[in-house]
Every structure is written in C-alpha cells, then in structure tokens.
Design a protein around this ligand. Structure first.
Ligand SMILES: N=c1c2ncn([C@@H]3O[C@H](COP(=O)(O)OP(=O)(O)OP(=O)(O)O)[C@@H](O)[C@H]3O)c2ncn1[C@@H]1O[C@H](COP(=O)(O)O)[C@@H](O)[C@H]1O
Length: 107
C-alpha cells in the first residue's frame, strides 16, 4: 500500500503556493482567480470522473479521480482546511452504516 503521506506532501506544497507568483505555479494561478474558479475546476473534474466511469477504463478513472482529489486539496487549502480535517471526518464516520446514519437524520 502506498503511504498516505503523499497527500500531506502535496497539500503542503499547495499551501506554500499561496505566496507564489501565478505565472510560475498552477496552484497560485487558481488561488489568484479565487473561489469561483477553484469550484469550477472541482466541478469539471467531477464531471470528467463521471465520463471516465462511463468509459470504464481503469487508468482513465484513476487519472480523473486524481485530478478531482488534487483540485479538492486546492479547495481545502483555499479555506485553510487540511487533509487531516477530512481524515478526521472519515475516522468519525468509520463503522457508522450509511443506512443507519440516514435513518437517524429522518428522526
Ligand atoms: N497534482 C497536481 C496536479 N494534477 C493536475 N494538475 C494540473 O491541473 C491542471 C488542470 O487540469 P485539466 O485536466 O483540467 O487540464 P487543462 O484542460 O489543461 O486545464 P485548464 O486550462 O482547464 O485549467 C493542469 O494544468 C494539470 O497539470 C496538477 N498541478 C499540480 N499538482 C501538484 O501540485 C504541485 C504544485 O503545482 P504548481 O502550483 O503548478 O507548482 C505539483 O508539484 C504537484 O504535486
């Protein structure tokens, strides 16, 4: 299994890009464009993930999900949130059946 540390390293690089020049860094260029541009990229990558899933090509799916995760990391960074915030939420939900959780919301 590949270590999840790669997500932390990429997130750290993304955080460093806040002060960098938009001409030299894709992440900085997204930060410079702001919330709408970042959200648009997340939506685009989600749509591309769906199209890859419909193709059913494994490598295509992996590449599009990677693009989606990457742009989600940029979105988290934009709001000063971290990979650990998301991992903590996964941990909080661990073992809680989605069906039970949905039922509890309906009261
Ligand atoms: N993991 C990624 C990564 N994945 C995808 N991309 C870029 O995301 C961009 C958008 O992807 P698209 O498939 O939509 O490509 P596109 O159609 O050319 O993009 P647009 O013109 O629509 O923006 C492309 O330019 C990709 O190269 C990434 N850019 C950067 N990273 C990581 O972020 C770090 C910092 O990057 P920079 O800020 O560019 O230094 C890098 O060292 C990497 O670790």
């Amino acid at each position: 299994m590949i270590d999840i540390e790669v997500l932390h390293r990429v997130a750290a690089t993304i955080a460093e890009r806040k002060g960098a020049s938009p001409e030299s860094s894709y992440v900085s260029s997204l930060y410079a464009k702001g919330t709408d541009a970042i959200c648009k990229k997340v939506a685009e990558e989600a749509a591309e993930t769906i199209m890859a899933a419909k193709d059913g090509e494994r490598l295509h799916i992996v590449r599009e999900v990677t693009d989606l995760w990457f742009h989600s990391l940029v979105l988290l960074g934009h709001y000063g949130l971290s990979v650990d915030d998301v991992l903590a939420e996964f941990r909080r939900r661990e073992g809680v059946s989605g069906i039970d959780e949905k039922r509890s919301r309906k009261g």
